[in-house]
Design a protein around this ligand. Structure first.
Ligand SMILES: CSC[C@@H](O)[C@@H](O)C(=O)COP(=O)(O)O
Length: 344
């Protein structure tokens, strides 16, 4: 049992009819089934991102770039590179707005558009632009795994023997191409024999902790105890948590960090109990264009996520993310090292 049992979240492959596709783990089916979907068009990719079949900031960044590659490969009828580029500029708009909070999505789309621009400047053939896009998605996948392994190595240095970690949502291999950010820290520390237990918050309302983190850690052979979100305070008070490690969807210039709803509450609890609170994320999650967390767009999702059965007339507020102020974050762990949130 180990991380070799974890699936690759997204890969560029070829389907039986010879068309290039993005093969993704369909995370809606977990933990019941480990099943894959072959995504062939940019619209199918937008749907996968919106419905959380593909989720987690780094994974949707790669998915965004893949959407442009799929459009170029399978949908465009453009005669030449210049015509394709102009179509891609329109497609990029709809892909990068599929979900608003994780900056990685628009980062991935912007990177793909730049690759297409450079390719189109050097060729007249639309097919060469498509090839360049597919190659760059493959490069992004490799870079993402390498970044996560570096995050894991830096993060493991912060932890001592017998560490008990609390994590929220799924910032694991499933949220990235492979290995994970917060769970990357766990995997690296576990390899060094430092992890006694990982407490996984259930993560209401969608249950990424219960459905995905508990499944992933089990498959990787890391000890995991599932708790409901409202149990975190008493687990900390009982002295069972040595560090909180979470992922991020967007980190502002001042270090304020958006992550799955409930993260902010955990940071407040960690401060109260004197427990270090770490954010683990690749530098592609940093958005230096935003000065502070109040400027981060927070996605609101359907009321049916909160309850399938709502009494008539009851209003539901379902923000998918919250913002943890920089002063509650002990350190931000990136692939380039460990930073004070204010200096990130
Ligand atoms: C490495 S993933 C970091 C974050 O994207 C993760 O913690 C999270 O909040 C995911 O939310 P989700 O709505 O499941 O995409």
């Amino acid at each position: 049992m180990g991380i070799e049992n974890l699936p690759r979240t997204i890969e560029m492959t070829e389907s039986a009819d010879g068309r290039r596709t993005a093969r993704i783990v369909d995370q809606r089916a977990l933990p019941r089934d480990l099943s894959y979907s072959d995504v062939k068009t940019h619209r199918e990719m937008i749907d996968a991102v919106k419905t959380l079949a593909l989720r987690g900031a780094p994974a949707i960044g790669i998915g965004g770039a893949a959407a442009l590659a799929l459009y170029a490969e399978n949908e465009s009828g453009a005669d030449d590179a210049a015509a394709l580029l102009s179509e891609l500029e329109t497609v990029a708009q709809s892909v990068s707005t599929a979900r608003p909070t994780a900056v990685n999505l628009s980062w991935g789309v912007a990177r793909a558009l730049e690759v297409a621009r450079v390719a189109a400047a050097g060729t007249a053939a639309a097919s060469a632009v498509a090839d360049a896009l597919v190659s760059d998605v493959r490069a992004m996948i490799e870079e993402d795994e390498a970044a996560n392994r570096a995050i894991g190595a830096f993060g493991a240095e912060l932890l001592g023997a017998g560490t008990r970690i609390l994590t929220h949502c799924n910032a694991g291999s499933l949220a990235t191409a492979f290995y994970g950010t917060a769970l990357g820290v766990v995997y690296a520390a576990h390899r060094q024999g430092k992890i006694d237990m990982v407490y996984a918050d259930e993560t209401r309302p969608v249950g990424q902790g219960a459905r995905l983190t508990a499944w992933e850690l089990g498959r990787a052979g890391v000890p995991c105890t599932l708790i409901c979100d409202n149990m975190a305070a008493s687990v900390m008070a009982a002295g069972k948590v040595d560090a909180v490690v979470v992922g991020a969807d967007r980190i502002c210039a001042n270090g304020d960090t958006a992550n799955k709803i409930g993260t902010y509450g955990l940071a407040v609890l960690a401060r109260h109990h004197g427990i270090p609170f770490y954010v683990a994320a690749p530098t592609s999650t940093i958005d230096a264009s935003l000065a502070a967390g109040s400027q981060i767009p927070i996605e609101e999702r359907a009321a049916t996520e909160v309850s399938a059965c709502i009494p008539q007339g009851v209003e539901v507020f379902n923000p998918a993310f919250d913002v943890t102020p920089a002063n509650l974050i002990t350190a931000i762990i990136t692939e380039r090292g460990v930073f004070d949130p204010e200096s990130v």
